[in-house]
Design a protein around this ligand. Sequence first.
Ligand SMILES: [Zn+2]
Length: 262
Amino acid sequence: MKRFLSLIAAALLLTSCGVLSNLNSERLLQGGVYAIQALTLSDEQVEAYVSQYIAQLDAQSKVLPESSPYTKRLRKLTANLDGVNEKPLNFKVYQQDEVNAFACADGSVRVYTGIMDAMTDNELLGVIGHEMGHVALHHTRKQMQKSMLTSAALQGIASAGDKIAALTDSQLGALGEVILNAKFSRDMETEADDYGYNYLCEAGKNPWSMVQSFEKLQKLSSGTAAQASAVSNLFSSHPDTQSRIEHISQRCLQDGYKRPTK
Ligand SMILES: [Zn+2]
């Protein structure tokens, strides 16, 4: 609030001095308000907005029932995984051919049948571990804050302040872009890998699964045109696969983990 008030004071001062006389001071103030609100966006607000988006996406997607072999396989694989940031995880399988999976700030993890068909249990676990990292390390929140500064639709979210607004369709669409097409920095990707590694070790899983998942992504991306296309979103948002393989392999070897055969 202090920063907010001093920003307004500074803007008023500059305007009254005539320095910014040719700028629209109202717009400047409004922009400042959005910037402050974006930067002070809390985890609770992000979670509440993300939950609204996931509820819509679940309703629009073909969510496989508990009786499905896919859902049963995912439940078994993730049974011992703890939540992140004190949020319990909730897993669902979407019937969709794309090789993709994503995790959200509210603990929702969505896994497509395409990635379940393409990957072994270990490989799948590696992808989930990495995605957990993005959530636990607040990458989703940072991404949303950044988008709120540039997206007109998301600036509307900022105007709700501390209150949680019901999102409009265009806001849900813009939020979906942030969640589904998030491009994180190279540092964030490395941090998510390291988090995923520790997370899997703590859950009693073999962290070689992460290396195996990177190798599978690499293999699919250079496979048939259909394979490359199915994996393109996940692969293109995760550059430097080779150095990620080397980094995590190094950690596995140092910690004495034996590479599983499949
Ligand atoms: Zn990532």
